[in-house]
Ligand binder design. Structure first.
Ligand SMILES: NC(=O)c1ccc[n+]([C@@H]2O[C@H](COP(=O)([O-])OP(=O)(O)OC[C@H]3O[C@@H](n4cnc5c(N)ncnc54)[C@H](OP(=O)(O)O)[C@@H]3O)[C@@H](O)[C@H]2O)c1
Length: 259
């Protein structure tokens, strides 16, 4: 038994890999979730809701390090403030936050909410580490799939992503949690910056089909921000190895095996 690391969002896409990696590093893990399940050796699930501020004191009891990976479409700013308040009471020594690249630049509610969550961590007085990551391949896939399905696939000009592999993100977050607080660390993005047209074309190729694209300009401040690359990492970013093409090929292999 060692001091448990609290992982909020430990049941999520990124979180479940982080929990596995922490367990492989022989660390006890406590997962905060709205839907608790059975606990296992070294892995405890506790009920709580970060947005409603429920269950946080019990989840944080005896915890020194918190990995805050819970997130949703709404309330991440409120959740971060609740967690920070409870962490101060509990005497937490290291707060880790996963954020998104462009949090302070993109004129979109989700990004603003992430910037507010970062502010809550920065102003907490508790030593922290904040890692901004690019969109996961798993996140970009449903967007690309829905566009690619159409006979004339909509592909806004200047819309680019640099998708990154979930295992690479989880590995970096695990290493951060096991290390000393480091403040803002280098962004983590995928190996390539890809135009939406390339993402769609590679996806269609993996499905053995071709589609024509409808190119158009995204209007307003959001369009300008994407065209300026405000959602993209800078030169100092760390880049993962898993390409979009490799990700798609691995998915095809996995679905062939389970078919
Ligand atoms: N996916 C991406 O491309 C990406 C990119 C950059 C940053 N991020 C950020 O990384 C974090 C994790 O992303 P993900 O893709 O792993 O998300 P996900 O698969 O949607 O998982 C979300 C997790 O958050 C938990 N959660 C949501 N609302 C909660 C609440 N009110 N109280 C407690 N737990 C709550 C869920 O747990 P239960 O349902 O078990 O309660 C779940 O484990 C999020 O903060 C996201 O914004 C994601």
């Amino acid at each position: 038994m060692n001091t448990p690391i609290l992982v909020t969002g430990g049941t999520g896409t990124i979180g479940r890999h982080v929990v596995r990696m922490l367990r492989e590093a022989n660390r006890d893990v406590r997962v905060l979730t709205r839907h608790p399940r059975e606990s296992a050796e070294g892995l405890q699930h506790v009920a709580g809701d970060t947005v409603k501020g429920i269950g946080l004191a019990a989840a944080l009891a005896g915890v020194e390090t918190v990995l805050h990976l819970a997130g949703g479409a709404k309330g991440d700013d409120i959740a971060a403030r609740h967690l920070v308040d409870a962490a101060k009471q509990a005497g937490v020594r290291h707060l880790v936050l996963v954020s998104v690249i462009g949090a302070d630049r993109m004129p979109i509610g989700y990004f603003r909410m992430k910037a507010a969550a970062e502010n809550a961590f920065e102003g907490s007085g508790i030593p922290f580490t904040i890692l901004r990551v690019a969109q996961l391949h798993d996140f970009v896939l449903p967007i690309v799939r829905s566009m690619a399905r159409m006979p004339l696939a909509p592909a806004p000009r200047g819309l680019r992503f640099e998708p990154v592999g979930v295992v690479e993100v989880a590995r970096r977050l695990t290493d951060i949690a096991l290390d000393a607080p480091a403040g803002h660390v280098a962004d983590l993005a995928g190996p390539e910056v890809l135009d939406i047209a390339d993402l769609i074309a590679t996806f269609n190729e993996s499905q053995g089909r071709r589609r024509r694209l409808l190119r158009f300009g995204l209007p307003g401040a959001i369009g300008r921000a994407y065209r300026s690359g405000d959602n993209l990492a800078g030169r100092e970013a760390v880049r993962g190895d898993e390409t979009w093409r490799h990700f798609l090929a691995a998915r095809e292999r996995d679905s062939a095996l389970t078919a």
